[in-house]
Design a protein around this ligand. Structure first.
Ligand code: WT7
Length: 643
């Protein structure tokens, strides 16, 4: 069943892609002449100091030899596009609309004020010794200063790496070490649902044994006392507060790295995905304006966290490049009650609202009363991101929140794609509950068999992208071989996303979820290998295997099979403590089954397929298990399964 675009969404569109014919024209042009298409886009959208004449150099066929480049002869300072160029036309427009933990605790920061703050922070960081190309870790909650810190790094050509405030000291330390950060920018405590998140204390713990870090810049959010390391720690209000608001932006080459963002894969430790300047900004600006059909008076609210790619691309860089009013939300959707989002929509007259399916499911479960008592008539576009959305949740979002007057954009993308890759375009694309619909112009998806053969027409397979686009990740920090091995070795000549996908007769895409060992729990991406490493670090554990299973609210739950050391008993709370301290508070094992052994092939490989089936409650559909080293173990696991 298709939903036509409501008339009020279609009318007065700001994007030139106002119907499917225009969409097809743009998509065809981007296929026939990618360089021409993207050069036109970037010249229209980005303030270059030196305009590029070059499009793509290199490609997926040459990726083994080194990163590809877009707009390689151009030069820019990303913050000029996000700030300086808006001063004349939008100086008094609200750039960041901040809603704090307590409802109604609001800060409105205009483009003029944001520009001044970023200049001050850029001067302060320079004063603290941070130089072009060096790395700064940003470990903060959702305060405007987090965005100011990101932009200040960009202003001076330093590379930021934002670490989500839920990560533990160990996870933070790994990231600091991997990128060799010079400075950590943090705050005394974060505030979420009236709880304190001890960001400074966790930073101190992470810095034991991280010699590269010389300075810690601390934003004061609260009145609590925090431990202080004289000589190393500096208050934000001293360093930034006392700095000059004048800062001459330097222009950097298009491929200068803008940020590193760590993300989980199917093996090993998280990878530092590297995004660069000109292409990333072009792509986030274009997709933000196009997908949401951004209009000058919009109040745009993406309630993600800056610790994830959604926050980078669609709270900070895309919206600010487009001169939008972008909301930053410090709290959680259920504080003080499950009506918090709708309360904000009413008070701020939000027109575009972007969230995750897991939040929609959790709020739908609380009933309609919270929504119905608010005036949500300002809304025009509703977005979702992060995981497949089930049709029931989609329909609730459409009917109860949108009252049938909004279009829903189910945006499929990844940390690695930099921006939205498959999605409806608000005024143009009829939607279907659960489908991300059509690729953005310039994105050439293909469905493949495991052998790499292209599936044409309707069908299902591995989701790949066949041609480069400006917003894509360029490499893995310090390990280009790992970049190539992870994304370009499964399918020769194409980028492999790690997702499965079905395409229907209309060419609409239906993402079926990850086909690798990556879990997506409440929209948080985690590797099974990270969980397993944490579990086996517990002394009483001999072996562990972790798989995902369908979970009504979280999308996926985490199911751990654990084998005890000979003669030992496993204390289950210890396992969750290990995950919490090695990964973070969001890494929780939902089900733990102690088993006598894991199903393995004769060569010793754990048969995860079997464990996944049992966790899903489909233990009777295992098929042939006769090739296992010890088929009997499967029966024991199946009998004790927690389903
Ligand atoms: C993975 C990427 C993109 C920002 C947030 C997550 C899943 C993402 C959708 C969607 C179905 C989706 C995929 C993807 N995913 N959006 N609209 N429909 N699945 O970024 O942490 O890099 O995770 O999230 O499985 O591979 P990420």
């Amino acid at each position: 069943m298709k939903y036509e675009v409501p008339a009020r969404v279609r009318e007065s569109a700001a994007t030139p892609i106002r119907d499917l014919d225009r969409y097809r024209e743009a998509a065809a042009q981007a296929v026939h002449d990618p360089d021409g298409f993207w050069l036109d886009v970037t010249r229209a959208r980005v303030a270059w100091s030196k305009e590029p004449t070059e499009g793509l150099v290199g490609g997926f066929d040459t990726i083994k030899r080194g990163p590809l480049s877009w707009f390689g002869d151009g030069e820019l300072n990303v913050t000029v596009s996000c700030l300086d160029r808006h001063l004349a036309s939008r100086g008094d427009k609200v750039a960041i609309l901040w809603e704090g933990d307590e409802p109604g605790d609001v800060r409105k920061i205009t483009y003029r004020e944001l520009h001044a703050e970023v200049c001050k922070a850029a001067n302060a960081l320079t004063e603290l010794g941070l130089k072009r190309g060096e790395r700064a870790i940003i470990y903060m909650g959702m305060v405007p200063e987090a965005a100011i810190a990101m932009l200040a790094c960009a202003r001076i050509g330093a590379v930021h790496s934002v670490v989500f405030g839920g990560f533990s000291a160990e996870a933070l330390r790994d990231r600091i070490r991997d990128c060799g950060a010079e400075i950590v920018i943090t705050q005394d405590v974060g505030l979420r649902g009236s709880k304190h998140i001890p960001l400074k204390r966790t930073t101190d713990e992470a810095l034991e044994g991280s010699p590269s870090v010389k300075k810690v810049l601390v934003y004061k959010r609260s009145d609590v006392e925090v431990p202080w390391n004289e000589g190393r720690d500096v208050w934000w209000h001293d360093a930034v507060g006392g700095a000059s608001a004048e800062h001459e932006p330097h222009a950097f080459e298009a491929e200068h790295p803008l940020f590193v963002l760590y993300t989980s894969g199917s093996t090993g430790r998280p990878k530092g995905v590297v995004h660069t300047s000109g292409g990333y900004l072009t792509y986030t600006s274009y997709t933000h304006a196009t997908v949401f059909d951004l209009r000058e008076d919009d109040v745009y609210a993406c309630v993600a966290d800056v610790g994830w790619i959604t926050g980078h691309s669609y709270i900070v860089y895309g919206p600010l490049a487009n001169g939008a009013t972008t909301l930053m939300f410090e709290s959680i959707p259920t504080y003080p009650d499950a009506g918090r989002y709708w309360d904000m929509v009413e008070r701020h007259k939000i027109t575009i609202f972007y969230t995750a399916p897991t939040a929609i499911r959790a709020l739908a479960a609380q009933g309609d009363a919270h929504v119905d008592k608010r005036d949500l008539s300002s809304l025009r576009v509703l977005g979702t991101v992060g995981e497949p959305i089930n049709p029931e949740a989609w329909e609730w979002y459409y009917d109860v929140v949108g009252k049938g007057r909004c279009n829903i954009v189910d945006t499929w993308w990844q940390t690695e794609t930099g921006g939205i890759a498959i999605s409806p375009i608000a005024p143009a694309t009829p939607t279907a509950p659960g489908s991300a619909t059509l690729p953005m112009p310039g994105i050439q998806p293909s469905l493949r068999t495991p052998e790499g053969a292209v599936i044409r027409g309707p069908g299902q397979g591995l989701l790949c992208i066949d041609h480069p686009w400006p917003g894509q990740a360029r490499t893995v920090w310090g390990d280009h071989d790992r970049f190539v091995a992870t994304y370009f070795s499964t399918i020769e000549g194409a980028y492999f996303t790690g997702d499965g996908c079905r395409r229907d007769a209309d060419g609409y895409h239906w993402i079926t979820g990850r086909v690798d060992d990556v879990l997506n729990v409440s929209g948080h991406r985690m590797g099974t290998a990270e969980f397993e490493a944490a579990i086996v670090s517990v002394d009483s554990v001999a072996e562990a295997a972790v798989v995902g299973y369908p979970h009504d609210l979280k999308g996926q739950g985490v199911y751990a099979y654990v084998v005890a050391q000979e003669g030992e008993t496993v204390d289950l709370t210890e396992l969750n403590q290990a995950c919490r301290s090695q990964i973070g508070a969001h890494a929780k094992l939902d089900k733990i089954q102690v088993v006598p052994g894991l199903p393995k092939t004769r060569s010793g490989k754990v048969m995860r397929r079997i464990l996944r089936k049992i966790a899903e409650g489909r233990g009777d559909e295992l098929g042939d298990t006769s090739t296992l080293a010890d088929p009997g173990v499967v029966d024991v696991i199946r009998e004790g399964a927690l389903v």
